[in-house]
Write a protein that binds this ligand. Structure first.
Ligand code: NAP
Length: 276
């Protein structure tokens, strides 16, 4: 099994740099797919209440036989669950559904600035962290102004900001803002819906290294210092996505991939997204 590199979190804990995402993994098959991912060697599972498969996450963990303390479990609080009481109820529900005593990381899924509850939610997260319901607390889809606001109003800095990142959407300013706060940038939809698989910088690096375009992109994330959480329901691809620690992209290849940034989102814009 691959010995996965970890990234230090600013609260003294650490996270595997590469993990496994379970968005759109059907609840009926989630247990089997999480079990397969853990057996393949993943030790970070990225879930969320809204994915509807937290029970399968927990079941897959138990079926795998991998000790609980060896697996890093993330979940997220969905938009209508923001606010002091609802955020707590959401975290308690996730703990129960997954069937664990403590979550390793909980994230505010989206800031939803129009409902203006993310600061209150963040304060609830701080309390739950201090009480031990969750070990680390972070955010997702936060822009620099949202980060500045929670840090300014509470003095508490998230350990992670999970954001959309791939070769077509590299977000250098937001990654720099995360870095200034000591926040790990974690990449969602890291493969960018295969949009840049055939782009010359990816294809050429793949040809030189004998790796697939997906592996080149995941390796690019790793070398940038991102945490990355690809998803695959296919055990062969699960293994492929983990097999990225035996090669290195050159500085020239990294620079060539940097030119692919066109600022194109596959998901919504966090400054306006408000789905409840
Ligand atoms: N915080 C947020 O708002 C947010 C939003 C979106 C996602 N996320 C998290 O980020 C995780 C990853 O993002 P994602 O699931 O959207 O996308 P992704 O991991 O970038 O891509 C998944 C897609 O790529 C395919 N794929 C996987 N490995 C491949 C490979 N080696 N070669 C070719 N195709 C491959 C998969 O198909 P197969 O399954 O058929 O292999 C699937 O269709 C999610 O699962 C979720 O945990 C968070």
């Amino acid at each position: 099994m691959t010995d996965l590199p970890t990234l230090p979190l600013r609260d003294g804990h650490s996270i595997p740099q590469l993990g496994f995402g379970i968005w759109q993994v059907p609840s009926e098959t989630a247990a089997e797919i999480v079990q397969s991912a853990l057996e393949t060697g993943y030790r970070l599972i990225d879930g969320a209440y809204i994915y509807g498969n937290e029970a399968g996450l927990g079941e897959g963990l138990r079926r795998s036989g991998v000790p609980r303390e060896e697996v890093f479990i993330t979940t997220k609080v969905w938009n209508p669950d923001q606010g002091q009481a609802k955020a707590r109820a959401s975290v308690e529900r996730s703990l129960k559904t997954i069937g664990v005593e403590q979550l390793d990381l909980v994230l505010i899924h989206w800031p939803v600035p129009t409902q203006d509850l993310y600061v209150e939610t963040w304060k609830a997260f701080i309390e739950m962290r201090d009480e031990g319901l969750v070990r680390s607390i972070g955010v997702s889809n936060f822009n620099a102004d949202h980060l500045d606001r929670i840090v300014g109003e509470t003095g508490e800095v998230p350990v992670i900001n999970q954001i959309e990142l791939n070769p077509s959407l590299q977000q250098p300013e937001l990654r720099a803002a995360n870095a200034r706060h000591g926040i790990v940038s974690q990449a969602w939809t890291p493969l960018g819906n295969a949009r840049s698989f055939e782009a010359a910088p990816i294809a050429e690096a793949a040809a030189r290294t004998g790796k697939s375009p997906a592996q080149v992109i995941l390796r690019w994330h790793i070398q940038l210092g991102n945490s990355v959480i690809p998803r695959s329901v296919n055990p062969v691809r699960q293994a492929e996505n983990l097999d990225i620690f035996d090669f290195e992209l050159t500085a020239a290849e990294m620079a060539a991939i940097a030119t692919l940034d066109v600022g194109l989102r596959t998901g919504p814009d966090p400054s306006v997204f408000r789905l409840l």
